[in-house]
Design a protein around this ligand. Sequence first.
Ligand SMILES: C[S@@+](CC[C@H](N)C(=O)[O-])C[C@H]1O[C@@H](n2cnc3c(N)ncnc32)[C@H](O)[C@@H]1O
Length: 361
Amino acid sequence: MPTTTGMKGGGYYDANSQVQRLTSEALLPWMEEAIDGLPKPAPDQRSWNFLDIGTSEGANSIYTMNHLIEILRRKSDLPVWALFDDLPTNDFNQMFLNLFPTSNSALSGSDVYSAAIGGSAFGRLVPPETLHLATTYNAIGFFESKPSAPLPHFVIPMIPNPDAPRKGVHVSASELIPFQKQSYQDLCQFYTARAQELVPGGKLLIQVYGKTESQCTGHGIMDVLSDAFLDFVEADMLPRSFYENFVFPAYYRDLDELTAPLRNEPELSTSYRIEHTQVYDTRAHFDNEFARTGDRKIWAQSYTSFLRAFTEPVLADSLPDALVKDQIVDKIYQRIEQLLAENPERYEFHFISIAALLTRL
Ligand SMILES: C[S@@+](CC[C@H](N)C(=O)[O-])C[C@H]1O[C@@H](n2cnc3c(N)ncnc32)[C@H](O)[C@@H]1O
């Protein structure tokens, strides 16, 4: 059972994911290097096959796919398959609208063909040895399946932000262990599936939200989600059991965790060469605007929309049936917006990416 039905659809994710686009754009030099380093096409090769995994509604994914095709076209005229994967419950209608905003494809260049795939990143998505390049941005931090370990005193498996303390909010290192194990297993499955799908010499470019020793992408966003829930619990608008049972089904890895399966698993260590790894902090558009205008209301609105785009489907799915979900969901995001506007310092946000460029051996 996947952990999310996808992002908030109908164009909402696309409209509120500018910072995610910047995180993938930062990897443009690696995209150039990956395409430059692709093996020479075999005499019987009929196409280049590129797959992006976890595309959501697609605007960001199509944007980076266009970069890749543009770079590829400098060296080869072979037809291109541009493949886009997400969970079957993703808003693929919006994906196709984005791919064909008019009768012409949004993918630039001639001889470029597109297709969407519904399936999990942690399983096989295409036949063996058919991919030349696989990419994934901001997706594989979601768990493959709903974690079953308890986490009664916070909303996501991470050590809560020391800069946003709240009475009763805590996670111990030992509570995290089952989630860390699950995240490691998920990664092993992801790398194994891609190793089967990539041709020898094929490239795998991975980027996902993560953490450093002192900063985590979850800081700010998960603090304000937790604070809003607890305010509602204290006001008897949500049962405490909801807070105790809720686990946002994602895990923020550090770079060492991203590469651990490639060092520890003999099958995987002989399947890939690590070309590069990187950790970087991307400044969100709403923070740039805030620095320019000082308008905390506008800042709180765009921060909330960004957060809502990837949390609402999980939240709506977790709320007790007895509550009028639409109304409580709106109220929770209204509370989040209010908390943000009242206390921007408490919810400072840093988008920490961890990334790796690998070659299939
Ligand atoms: C935050 S969005 C990222 C979208 C886009 N790549 C970007 O960077 O803007 C994460 C996407 O990962 C998808 N996702 C989550 N778990 C997945 C899985 N097991 N397999 C494939 N996609 C998954 C979600 O449905 C969602 O569309």
